[in-house]
Write a protein of this length. Structure first.
Length: 391
């Protein structure tokens, strides 16, 4: 097999990259270890920045998102028993966000690639990359019991944090930056009507809580927990008690309960690898960086990465210009570190730390009060949350 760009990973980064390359007349093959059914059924958060929404619409894969997604013009910060709305359009010149789950984005991208005759090979095994520092890097893998080799001009590592591409870069050629947080999120999916028209970020003495939505009938709720806790320690009654306590207000707001049909605990970390390129291997999305979900940046960073990478590859194939490929890592990392800072700031402001003093807690409350009373501070939150321009 041969292609111009071999892509490892059929998540948002890999599929969107393949789609963008197709629009530029560049051939690609996407290799994925999971089945199509699995990637389309894995329910993940999906807060889309304005730039991500615009990119999906402009490239012809935004029709269902526009029809079924939830346009949100703000978020609520809740502390001290009161809610305070951050109005995005008035603070950012009309920009907003779209709540549209990641697996729905994946469905749309898979459908677009299949309709265009794109090659996506699902359920590959034992993938490995070779000759990364040559002009013809290769991917070897097993599929349907057969060993295959894919020769490429370039390889895009879009295979996530636990993928094989980043570790394939010699350790002496990469630097990794990590922060592990001393808490996690206990997440549930609930069959219930929406309790709010926009996301609620709650700071409480007992810990953080978040109210989000997946559909008019399905809600996504999170609460801060010990990352090493066991789901079995959280019966439904305890979950509802904790959520009510952390989300209650003096304004009479009530959380709608329903049947909990999914529970899980996710760890919280920040991670960046530098550079995001080695030879003819380019990393994008979670393969290169992880952000805590508080800032809603994961999928959006992946979209920004592959937009930059697709444009660089288009310049190479159209004019033989390699400068944008040489600049790819530095260009992508500027946005990555801005998002890392914003996500860390939101996380630190809204969560309780097990080793914090009452002094630190008072500082958090003072900062939250400043965010909701100072236009300048509110603009900082809003313009980062809706996303900086992709240019």
């Amino acid at each position: 097999m041969r292609t111009q760009v071999g892509i490892l990973g059929a998540g948002p980064a890999g599929l969107l990259l393949s789609h963008l390359l197709h629009l530029e007349g560049i051939d690609s093959v996407v290799l994925e270890s999971r089945s199509r059914q699995e990637i389309e059924a894995t329910i993940r958060a999906g807060v889309l920045e304005q730039g991500t929404v615009d990119l999906l619409k402009a490239t012809g894969v935004g029709e269902r998102m526009e029809r079924e997604g939830f346009l949100h013009n703000g978020i609520y910060l809740r502390f001290g028993g009161r809610s305070h709305r951050i109005d995005f359009p008035s603070l950012t010149g009309g920009r907003a966000i779209m709540v549209y789950a990641q697996h729905e984005v994946i469905k749309d991208l898979v459908a677009a690639r299949v309709a265009a005759g794109g090659r996506i090979v699902f359920e590959v095994k034992d993938a490995a990359v070779y000759d990364l520092d040559t002009r013809e890097p290769k991917i070897r893998f097993h599929h349907d019991g057969t060993l295959s080799e894919l020769a490429c001009d370039f390889i895009a590592g879009c295979d996530g944090f636990h993928g094989i591409t980043r570790p394939s870069i010699p350790s002496r050629m990469r630097s990794e930056f990590t922060r592990l947080y001393p808490f996690g999120w206990f997440g549930i999916l609930v069959e219930a009507p929406a309790s709010t028209d926009e996301l609620i970020y709650a700071h409480h003495e007992r810990g953080f809580a978040l109210v989000s939505t997946r559909s008019p009938q399905i809600q996504r709720l999170y609460l801060q927990c010990d990352p090493n806790d066991d789901v079995k320690n959280w019966p439904d009654s305890r979950i509802w008690e904790e959520l009510h306590a952390r989300l209650e207000t003096t304004e009479g707001w009530r959380l709608a309960e329903g049947r909990i049909f999914q529970k899980g605990i996710i760890a919280m970390r920040s991670f960046v690898v530098e550079p995001m390129r080695y030879g003819r291997l380019f990393l994008a999305g979670d393969a290169a960086h992880i952000v805590p979900p508080t800032g809603a940046k994961g999928l959006n960073l992946a979209a920004a990465d592959v937009r930059v990478l697709s444009q660089a590859l288009a310049a190479f194939y159209a004019r033989g210009d390699e400068q944008a490929l040489k600049d790819y890592s530095a260009t992508a990392l500027r946005r990555v570190w801005r998002a890392e800072h914003f996500s860390s700031w939101m996380t630190s402001m809204l969560h309780r730390f097990h080793d914090e003093t009452t002094f630190h807690h008072r500082l958090q409350l003072a900062e939250l009060e400043y965010v909701v009373t100072s236009r300048a501070k509110a603009v900082t939150l809003a313009e980062n949350y809706v996303g900086l321009p992709l240019a």
